[in-house]
Design a protein around this ligand. Structure first.
Ligand SMILES: [Zn+2]
Length: 67
């Protein structure tokens, strides 16, 4: 989805990109975006079926090692 801009669920290419200032934070149920000081995530949302994928920005991936 990130690379080919195509929804893996419905194959739609109508993808909304959201450059988020939020941060990925895990709880027992799902990932929520709360703290923008740590990792920044980008989201890709299919406008057709609503499927969503979240990615930590490339430049923040190395921070994962220190968390
Ligand atoms: Zn879709």
């Amino acid at each position: 989805m990130k690379k080919n801009q195509c929804c893996p669920k419905c194959q739609s290419q109508d993808i909304l990109f959201v450059s988020s200032n939020g941060v990925l934070k895990r709880n027992a149920y799902h990932d929520v975006i709360t703290d923008y000081r740590k990792l920044k995530v980008e989201q890709y949302i299919c406008k057709k079926c609503g499927y969503m994928e979240s990615y930590v920005r490339d430049q923040d991936l190395e921070k994962l090692e220190k968390m």
